[in-house]
Design a protein around this ligand. Structure first.
Ligand code: TXA
Ligand code: MG
Length: 330
């Protein structure tokens, strides 16, 4: 285990980005902001670096990684784009959309990163810091969210540090991210499939496709051998404290994750209260979600009661993450 590394944190100036690229080229692990959440980057073509990355996160290596590249031309070198995939890439890249496609024959991304699948997940991030690091490095960078496996994704450099200090080489601090939930993942299969709701709302994608995204086949226990979205295990994104959904009152000893202007019974006696969006805005709620869960997780409450959150727009991704958080871990 590589615990014991000195993890450097640098503000996102030019020198930090250059150092990030150098470290990546040398097989190092570098956390950096994307517009969705902070990612933990490694050289996608370097199996030793990828092995270190799985180890640093405590992530099972059967859960494949997203390759981040700087533009569609670079993406086309590693993934086979059909007309649908090109339409989605042109409409939404750079941005919070990941496409799952067949690998090209000469794809340079290591098999370890794709967990031996025939497909590869690719994304072109929009955050200027991520873009500058990709440009300076000059090749594909695999980057899962920069948290310990199973934990809530990081939306600030401080979150990354609290999970991964001593396990990675560098954190480039670009401040709090804008979107707050991970990218939307679309499988470009015969019928485009929503593998993970995320930072790009479903209806924007469906508008470009001119058809509805299909749902992945249900996998009730979430543990099939070759799930279509292998990372979507039921228990994921979980704080340590139990999460109780659709709360219409706060029980004794609970903390409250509120949404909207209305107050529920028991709020005054809550261990702690944070409101995702007092003005009921789902984009604002998404940006606050993971940070507020981390904060409430530290309050020693019996449970975190969560008020209902609408399903429109980014609400689909918020409700997806909350449902997984509520399942908890064995
Ligand atoms: O917003 C994001 O996507 C962030 C930032 C850092 O880019 N990254 C991220 O990565 O959320 P991660 O590793 O936490 O989630 C990637 C998801 C996992 O659920 C994984 O199973 C799925 O993508 N995935 C990767 N390759 C796949 C493939 N070939 N087929 C299906 N799912 C795949
Ligand atoms: Mg993750």
């Amino acid at each position: 285990m590589n615990v014991g590394l000195k993890t450097l944190i640098l503000p996102a100036h030019e020198a930090a980005m250059a150092q990030a690229a150098r470290l990546l080229a040398g097989g190092g692990l570098v956390a950096f902001p994307t517009e969705t959440v902070y990612g933990l980057g490694a050289d996608a073509t370097n199996p030793a670096a990828i092995a270190r990355l799985y180890e640093a996160k405590g992530r099972p290596s059967f859960n494949p990684l997203i390759a981040h590249v700087s533009d569609l031309a670079a993406a086309m070198r590693i993934g086979c784009f059909d007309t649908t995939a090109i339409a989605l890439a042109e409409a939404f890249w750079p941005g919070p959309l990941t496409l799952v496609l067949p690998k090209t024959r000469d794809c340079t991304v290591a098999d370890l990163a794709t967990a031996g699948l025939e497909t590869i997940a690719i994304r072109v991030p929009a955050h200027p810091v991520a873009r500058e690091i990709l440009r300076a490095f000059g090749g594909p960078v695999v980057a899962p969210s920069a948290n310990l496996s199973g934990h809530v994704s990081p939306t600030t450099a401080a979150h990354v540090l609290s999970d991964l200090a001593g396990r990675i080489d560098l954190i480039v601090d670009g401040g709090a991210v804008a979107v707050g939930v991970e990218s939307t993942i679309v499988g470009c299969f015969d019928a485009p499939m929503l593998l993970r709701p995320g930072g790009l709302p479903r209806d924007e994608i469906e508008r470009v496709l001119g058809r509805a995204l299909v749902q992945p086949p249900q996998d009730p226990d979430g543990h099939s051998e070759q799930p279509l979205a292998p990372g979507m295990l039921t228990s994921h994104y979980a704080p340590r404290t139990r999460v109780r959904l659709d709360a219409d009152r706060v029980e004794a000893g609970e903390a409250l994750l509120a949404f909207g202007p209305a107050e529920v019974a028991g709020t005054d006696a809550a261990v702690a209260v944070m409101n995702l969006s007092p003005r009921s805005n789902v984009d604002e709620a998404a940006a606050n979600l993971f940070g507020y869960l981390r904060t409430l997780d530290g309050k020693g409450a019996r449970a975190i009661a969560v008020m209902p959150i609408p399903h429109h727009g980014l609400g689909e991704a918020i409700n997806d993450r909350l449902r997984r958080a509520a399942v908890g871990r064995d």
